[in-house]
Write a protein that binds this ligand. Structure first.
Ligand code: DX5
Ligand code: ZN
Length: 222
């Protein structure tokens, strides 16, 4: 299955961003995942729209912005302006998800919603027909390098079933703890996008490429 690999820039070597981005460009069917943390919705602060705007000039990769911020309505126009292609906000951080979806859609960008591992799936159910991407967190948002939460497999399966039953179009993305042990399971459960932070940037690129190729050859088309 030709799933998308979305390496997270957060785990890249910031001393050499051009080479790190070139690694992502060297993978077929890849996006660049941008983890935006505000020191409020989550403890850490990463980088914001000016950085995204800057790297936008250097690559044509699809930018998959994951906003882990409170008051996402304030950030949306900035990320639209900065050239993000997919803009994902957290359901727990938004007072009016409908308005956020509208703002993103009207800008011509793709809309995503994300949910923490403990947030019930029922909280996003009503929005599924209107979004382009659902980002299922398989770790607590806030930092890379955490262990995959096993319960996420059941959540991916549940979302996959909902998607099939209603013939919905959104893509199923999974974020957190994706590596050699977990990637296959996540794909088999129905994921179409794998966000990869520490595994992608923390291993020799040839090893990562071989692993992705093997996974693509092995997994059956859904
Ligand atoms: C966590 C971020 C993830 C993270 C992934 O808050 O949303 O995108 O950087 O990193 P790994 O793959 O190392 O769990
Ligand atoms: Zn993320």
């Amino acid at each position: 299955m030709n799933f998308i690999i979305a390496p997270s820039l957060l785990s890249a070597n910031f001393n050499n961003l051009a080479d790190e981005i070139a690694k992502v460009e060297g993978i077929e069917n890849s996006w660049l995942h941008l983890d935006i943390m505000d020191g409020n919705f989550v403890e850490a602060i990463t980088f914001g729209s000016p950085v995204v705007q800057n790297i936008r000039k250097t690559t044509s990769l699809t930018f998959d912005a994951h906003l882990m911020v409170n008051s996402p309505e304030k950030q949306l126009p900035l990320f639209i302006e900065a050239g993000a292609d997919y803009i994902t906000f957290h359901i727990e951080a938004s007072k009016s998800p409908r308005d956020l979806i509208k703002t993103i859609k009207n800008s011509g960008r793709k809309t995503g919603i994300s949910l923490r591992p403990s947030t019930p799936i029922s909280s996003i159910k009503n929005f599924l027909p209107y979004i382009d991407l659902l980002l299922i967190m398989s770790v607590e948002p806030g930092r890379s390098g955490q262990d995959f939460k096993k319960k996420s497999i059941e959540r991916i399966k549940e979302i996959y079933t909902l998607k099939q039953e209603e013939s919905l179009k959104f893509l199923i993305s999974v974020d957190g703890g994706i590596n050699e042990k977990t990637a296959g399971k996540v794909i088999n459960a129905g994921a179409e996008i794998l966000v990869m932070g520490s595994y992608f940037f923390g291993n020799p690129i040839e090893k990562v490429k071989n692993f992705i190729n093997d996974l693509r050859n092995k997994s059956l088309p859904k």
